[in-house]
Ligand binder design. Structure first.
Ligand code: S3P
Length: 176
């Protein structure tokens, strides 16, 4: 039994959803993937929401749905979208919630580029970047800007060169 709920933050492609789901099973608590939660309530894919309504609309509803999950009176694991802590008052909502421990899953721009190059279609912010070199430049700059927010997490877990079970044990160690 753990005493806290967990929130995973970090750039696209670090494995927040996969690790979050595994952690929730391990601790036998509820799992919420913020992007999937938004898609199921809005009945639209994230890409469709971006293309039909624009990013500002997406950021507004992302804030609203994050708040509604945080308000639940149960223990849970939340996997956020890569931009979640960087918009609205989301990082404050996360930091002010005393029931919650936040983890930044950290990876380098080179590793992220390698992972994301083959997984960019469903990600509207990078889907139109065609070469690996351009993707790497985009990610390096973007990650630098976002690190200000990511680095406010309670714990920073370097996931580079680690397998899933090593990442999970490291997170468990911090919580027990
Ligand atoms: C975004 C990341 C995506 C999704 C949306 C915007 C971002 O989530 O929320 O496409 O701003 O980094 P993943 O981190 O799960 O790809």
């Amino acid at each position: 039994m753990i005493n806290y709920s967990i929130i995973l933050i970090g750039y696209m492609g670090v494995g927040k959803s996969y690790i979050g789901r595994k952690l929730s099973k391990e601790f036998m608590i509820d799992f919420f993937d913020l992007d999937s939660y938004i898609e199921s309530y809005e009945k639209k894919s994230i890409s469709d929401i971006f293309f039909e309504r624009g990013e500002i609309y997406f950021r507004n509803i992302e804030n609203k749905y994050l708040e509604s999950i945080l308000d639940k009176n149960i223990k849970y694991v939340i996997s956020t979208g890569g931009g979640t802590p960087c918009y609205s008052n989301n990082i404050e909502l996360i930091k002010n919630n005393k029931q919650l421990k936040s983890f930044y899953l950290k990876s380098s721009s080179n590793q992220l580029t390698n992972r994301l190059f083959y997984e960019k279609e469903k990600r509207p912010l990078i889907s139109n970047i065609n070469s690996k070199k351009d993707l790497n430049s985009f990610i390096s700059k973007h990650l630098f800007e976002r690190n200000v927010f990511y680095n406010q997490a309670d714990y920073i877990i370097d996931i580079e060169n680690k397998n899933t079970s090593e990442v999970i044990s490291e997170i468990k160690e911090k919580l027990t």
